[in-house]
Ligand binder design. Sequence first.
Ligand SMILES: Nc1ncnc2c1ncn2[C@@H]1O[C@H](COP(=O)(O)OP(=O)(O)OP(=O)(O)O)[C@@H](O)[C@H]1O
Length: 281
Amino acid sequence: MSTTDYAIEALRLTQRHNFHTVLDDVTLRVPAGAVVGLVGRNGAGKSSLLRCLVGLEEPESGSALLLGCAALALDDAVRRRLGYVAQTPDLFDWMNVLQHIRLIGRAYPRWNEDRALALAVRLDLPLHGRVAELSGGDQQKLAVLLALAHEPDLLLLDEPVASLDPLARREFMRALFAAPSRDDAEPRTVVISSHILSDLERVVSHVAFLRDGRLQLFDAWDALLEHLRLLPDDAAAPPQAAFVSRNTATRQLVIDSRRAPAWAGAGRAMTLDELFAELNA
Ligand SMILES: Nc1ncnc2c1ncn2[C@@H]1O[C@H](COP(=O)(O)OP(=O)(O)OP(=O)(O)O)[C@@H](O)[C@H]1O
């Protein structure tokens, strides 16, 4: 793949806060059109990674390119093609939903107000409700709506569904993958961090696992489903080179059968929940 086939190219990102390593040499190349689930335990570094990717935080070392443009020097043309929703929505308390839609719309030539209003209705958002009076979930819905309505080519979402009820989550997922209204639209690339792995599993093309600031695993989800196998850690173990994780408490192994083809049929595949538990054991 050439550099331009990647919507995101992060090279050796390292970040420290108060002498604590928050991101540790993270290299991540996200193909254009991928939908990446970014997962990891609390404090693993997901928000920090997303902030470094969108240029809101300057890493101690390393660099990131978004749509081919340096994250720390994004030009207006690239900014207009980006959407980012922080974990804590960045909204104006004194403004209502409709005012937000009109204000943000002015900044984006591609803004689709009809789509924004239709989405507000589908998400059950009160158009005249002031942000200060909205529930946490409704504030999160508004932040997501604002990031979606300019039809970005690259969307980075930091736990966008944490406070959404199951029906709102379903609407949100539909909106996320709704076909863009423009003819010139490129396949949208999405990075979405979430702890709701059952939701992610249904929509992602790729999964990135972070643990203690390190990128533990990044691959296409269908490849992981096919090739990662959970099996008992016993005397007849596969070659160590195939080990992905070893759980001494449960005496189970995760192996990558691409590195041990003879073991391709051994054990069983895992759900994303199970794989998460094994990788963080
Ligand atoms: N500005 C900061 N100053 C000091 N420490 C920070 C700062 N930002 C993040 N950290 C620390 O960096 C680590 C990673 O935090 P981060 O918010 O990126 O994790 P996360 O994976 O998004 O967690 P969660 O799932 O809880 O949202 C944590 O130990 C956190 O305390």
